[in-house]
Write a protein that binds this ligand. Structure first.
Ligand SMILES: [Zn+2]
Ligand SMILES: [Zn+2]
Length: 388
């Protein structure tokens, strides 16, 4: 099963969809035009069912195989949203909306999955059901979480789920994946330290919140250096310090801190959340102040299940023969993690060649990657649910 010949034939059509999405980027859940076009195309392909409005603006298509002897159902996912970036690619199909840009290649992901859906609806050469999932709001809005919260997995009986992301720096046609954690969890925390403000020349009459905050910032460094196993990854960064005074001679009443936590292991994530509260509250208490922590979980760790990763590698191997099956994990975060928390599956990178990095104004998805991506999506269905 090398790159499917059908995708060579479909390449001009899939490329045209991709460039149309690129020209018309939409942010977060506001992907109305994109979702509308996806739904129209899925209906045109003859999908057995097309449902819109899942997770607000998500779209799901159902394609039944020639047979269904074992009740198998596989989900394939792409993301549809763009970023608030001013495009600098100079391509003729550049964004028509200044300040919005497909700078993460979700235009390519959506087009590749549409190509796979067209092929699967034409051939139906599998035993079971393929569910194609187009999600909004991957870039910080939690669209994947919203689709899961809408009961998508249960409603369509999805048993396993697969996602793909392009990656600059990896040659086109090369895949990269790893079992276990492949992307980090990204959380945020806010700390409010309250003391007793006053004249800077009379510190003995005050409870100095800046000194308390400084101790807290230093003490938080011990989570990574003294508390967490050195073989496990963790980042705790305090990024903002804000006081309620800008004077040289006033001890502020309140100091606010903001920071981020990145982890690759849910147990470490739980531990770090607990330690931040203990350190912040305990340090403030020791120095006579009060401190409150507000910890907000963002996207969870993206965890590839062992077996599903092996299948993803086999299919990628069959498509191009070029697979890095033990790529390094990234400390970025990915909304597909919510789907992988509900069902076993895998998330794979597909090379985008020597381009600018994703989220850069000069980034562009490489259309020559399309046959590889579409073949992998379709191949997962045909290999996991072989025709009876
Ligand atoms: Zn992105
Ligand atoms: Zn992305």
């Amino acid at each position: 099963m090398p790159v499917k010949n059908r995708f060579a034939e479909l390449l001009p059509e899939i490329t045209a969809w991709r460039r149309d999405f690129h020209e018309n980027p939409e942010l977060l859940f506001e992907v109305h035009r994109t979702a509308g076009k996806v739904a129209d195309l899925l209906k045109e392909f003859g999908c057995d069912e097309v449902v819109t409005g899942i997770g607000r603006t998500g779209v799901v298509g159902v394609i039944k195989g020639k047979t269904d002897t074992a009740g198998r159902v596989i989900g394939l996912r792409a993301d549809m949203d763009a970023l608030p970036i001013i495009e600098q690619t100079g391509v003729e199909y550049a964004s028509k909306t200044p300040g919005k840009m497909h700078a993460c290649g979700h235009d390519g992901h959506t087009a590749m999955l549409l190509g796979a859906a067209k092929y699967l609806a034409e051939t139906r050469n599998f035993d079971g059901t393929a569910v194609v999932i187009f999600q909004p709001a991957e870039e910080g809005g939690g669209g994947g979480r919203e689709m899961c919260a809408d009961g998508m997995m249960e409603r369509f009986g999805i048993q396993e789920v697969y996602g793909m992301h392009n990656m600059p720096g990896i040659p086109v046609g090369t895949f990269a994946i790893r079992p276990g954690a492949i992307m980090a969890a990204a959380d945020q925390f806010d700390v409010v330290v309250t003391g007793k403000g006053g004249h800077a020349a009379k510190p003995h009459d005050c409870i100095d919140t800046t000194v308390v905050a400084a101790h807290i910032i230093v003490a938080l460094q011990t989570i990574a250096s003294r508390n967490v196993d050195p073989m496990k990854q963790v980042v705790v960064s305090v990024c903002t310090v804000e006081t309620d005074s800008t004077a040289h001679n006033v001890i502020p009443q309140v100091v606010k801190l903001k920071g981020t936590v990145r982890t690759m292991d849910p147990a470490v994530q739980d531990f770090v959340e607990r330690r931040i509260s203990e350190i912040v509250e305990g340090t403030a208490l020791a120095l006579g102040a009060k401190a409150v922590v507000n910890y907000n979980r963002g996207y969870p760790v993206t965890i590839n299940a062992e077996d599903n990763t092996s299948f993803a590698v086999e299919v990628a191997q069959a498509v191009s023969g070029k697979v890095d099956a033990n790529t390094a994990p990234l400390m970025g975060a990915e909304d597909f993690s919510f789907m992988l928390n509900e069902r076993p599956g895998a998330y794979i990178f597909l090379g985008n060649g020597d381009t600018a990095m994703v989220h850069h104004p000069a980034y562009n998805f490489d259309d020559t990657a399309i046959p590889f991506g579409s073949s992998w999506y379709a191949g997962m269905v045909e290999a996991r649910m072989p025709a009876a």
